[in-house]
Design a protein around this ligand. Sequence first.
Ligand code: BTN
Length: 327
Amino acid sequence: MNIIVTNKLAGRLMEADGEPVSGQQLADEFGISRTAVWKHIKDLQEKGYEISSIKKKGYTLTGIPDSLEAAAIQPLLKTVRYGKTLEYLSSCESTQIIAHQLAQQLVPDGTVVLSEEQTAGRGRMARKWDSAHGKGIWMSIILRPDIPLQRAPQFTLIAAVSVVRAIEEVTGLNPDIKWPNDILLNGKKCTGILTELQSDADGIQALIIGIGLNANQEMEDFSDEVKDIATSLKLKKGSPVSRQELVRSILYYLELYTAIYIDEGFAAIKLMWEGYSTTIGKPVRARMAKETLEGIAESITDEGVLQIRTPDGKLHGIYSADIEMKN
Ligand code: BTN
């Protein structure tokens, strides 16, 4: 059984949006026999796709499994490039590791790695990232922007506004962003973003944008270390959210905002980021490796550097820190 045909057939039924498609029509479109169509349908049903078959009308898709495999994501993707090459794993150490390996094999801009679970998910500052099986979105996206190395951090902010837009669109929730890229719901973190880089003397070879989105966890799915500071979209909304729609929407906005950024520069993205930010204009405590600063978070620079004004009137540029909001 050709898996590519099976996946395309699933896509064809998804695009039919609940309308029946006859076996003969599918056979003609795919250039296979009706018996072969039936075998692909059986294969899909075994994978968890709910497909009803009504005599003289055809096959209707009534439900799809909650999986992030290419067959479930790609048919309804609204992007031109992002997600068109998609590596799906049921488990891996970290999608960042796989993405770094793929990036060296010259995979195209917008290649996506998705895994149902990570056994060694990593966060910023060498922290670990809880990645329970099937509950969240553990995704790394390989981008190959033609920009100077020093502009790379701006992509973390592009990714943050893309994720916030996607969460708003798919769930109706209104998250905000804590500098640099924590996405929060009522002050608790529902998404983290980790941007890594491959570069050489010619500049950026690949940006690896890792997104960890807590979608459908219950409180007990979080480890004791993060229980008090983490949340999921399901916990906030009170009902499960569609991981598939979220992935498609994140990729859509990431592609759109990247195009705006390349055409028009960082100003439009910065404006959106500031609109979603809980940090700007507020008193904060910034914990860095060697010191802690307290002051007002005044702005971010075009490089994404946070500017904190301390009580002595000095302005400090913060490149990397844990930010605590002071009330
Ligand atoms: C943070 O510390 O806030 C960033 C967390 C990033 C987690 C994501 S999950 C997908 C990708 N793979 C990883 O190992 N980390 C990132």
